[in-house]
Design a protein around this ligand. Structure first.
Ligand code: TYM
Length: 332
């Protein structure tokens, strides 16, 4: 049976990339009703990148409110905070003892940090914490703890899901076949949504368009999307344009074809951006109101998270008991 699971790290405000890459496909999948769904706030992962408690807390509230405002049904889905499920971190230790160090050496986030250090003439491991190094093992624990079969993510996370699969295989082979081998599900059209500067939209590049910006701000951000210098009337290449790429992520196939023609006919950048604003705003404006209302009532969000954690632990506690037994720890 199909189990879908995905999480978002609680650093920063959710942006259009998180929405089209992970949240929207996840909620759509949960509505199909052919799978059990697990969605969570990866607040333990947040500590890897952010040591400012107020920021982590604020981001957790915003990300929780985002899922709820977008209509996630917490009766049919299990929605929880990673740190409320202690079985995950216990499993993480067990998996740490299974995961090959050589595998972790190849993880993107760690490699990027080392490359940056070398470029700056620093020691390769300068400011690299064990948290960063074993980030993929905690992510494997998130996934394996719930026997997830499908993990909807953006392209940047595929490697981590493959590592989870590798670690699960090792465990199953060595001890007992307790874990489902997960696979990443990536929506091709939006595998990597571009940000304002044309690079991948990412909190770390500071090029994001937050999902629930007030209307005026949203318009301002969209106007800041980098474009080339072509004038109105000059044909524009849609496949080389961030404006078009974001359009595609929000439009129907017919709307996408129509915009492609407009590009070829030389639509002015100002006009293309105006239409993009209207399209994105149309999709998010209703949820934006709910989001703002939810953030006014944090105790209500907290209640949802607590109930979600109880539901999650109904799954994680029995599986962790089996893991403990399989590896030989705990009661005799
Ligand atoms: P995070 O918080 O960086 O991103 C959350 C999700 O958003 C996707 N995403 C994008 N998709 C398309 N275009 C973009 N520009 C873009 N930017 C971000 C990410 O691919 C991701 O799906 N380690 C994970 C969180 C996590 C997790 C897990 C995910 C922890 N445990 C278990 C799945 C399963 C992360 O940092 O994602």
């Amino acid at each position: 049976n199909k189990r879908i699971l995905t999480g978002i790290t609680t650093t920063g405000t959710p942006h259009l990339g998180n929405y089209v890459g992970a949240i929207r496909p996840a909620i759509e999948a949960s509505r199909k009703g052919d799978a059990e769904t697990f969605f969570f706030l990866a607040d333990m992962h947040a500590l890897i990148k952010c040591q400012e408690p107020e920021k982590v807390r604020q981001s957790s509230k915003e990300i929780a409110a985002t899922w709820l405002a977008l209509g996630l049904d917490t009766n049919t889905s299990t929605f929880y905070r990673q740190s409320d499920v202690p079985e995950i971190t216990e499993l993480c230790w067990v998996l740490n003892c299974m995961a090959a160090k050589g595998l972790m050496n190849r993880a993107h986030a760690y490699k990027a940090a080392v490359a940056q250090n070398l470029e700056n003439g620093e020691d390769p491991d300068f400011a690299v914490t064990m948290g960063l190094y074993s980030y993929p093992v905690l992510m494997a624990a998130d996934i394996l703890m719930f026997n997830a079969s499908h993990v909807p993510v953006g392209k940047d996370q595929i490697q981590h899901v493959e590592m989870a699969r590798d670690i699960a295989g090792r465990f199953n082979h060595h001890f007992d076949s307790l874990f489902t081998l997960p696979e990443a599900v990536v929506e091709d059209s939006v595998a990597v949504l571009q940000g304002l500067d044309g690079r991948k939209m990412s909190k770390s590049y500071n090029n994001t368009i937050p999902l629930f910006l007030p209307e005026k701000q949203l318009k301002k951000h969209i106007n800041k999307i980098k474009t080339n210098l072509l004038e109105p009337g000059e044909p524009k290449d849609p496949d080389d344009s961030t404006v078009f790429q974001i359009w595609k992520a929000f439009a129907t196939p017919e709307q996408t074809e129509a915009m492609r023609k407009e590009f070829e006919n030389g639509i002015a950048w100002g006009e293309a951006k105006k239409q993009l604003f209207e399209l994105v705003n149309g999709e998010v404006s209703e949820a934006r109101e709910k989001y703002n209302a939810l953030l006014e009532d944090v105790p209500a969000i907290e209640k949802v998270m607590k109930l979600g954690a109880e539901k999650a632990r109904d799954y994680s506690a029995p599986l962790l008991a089996k893991v403990r037994k399989a590896v030989g720890i705990g009661g005799f």
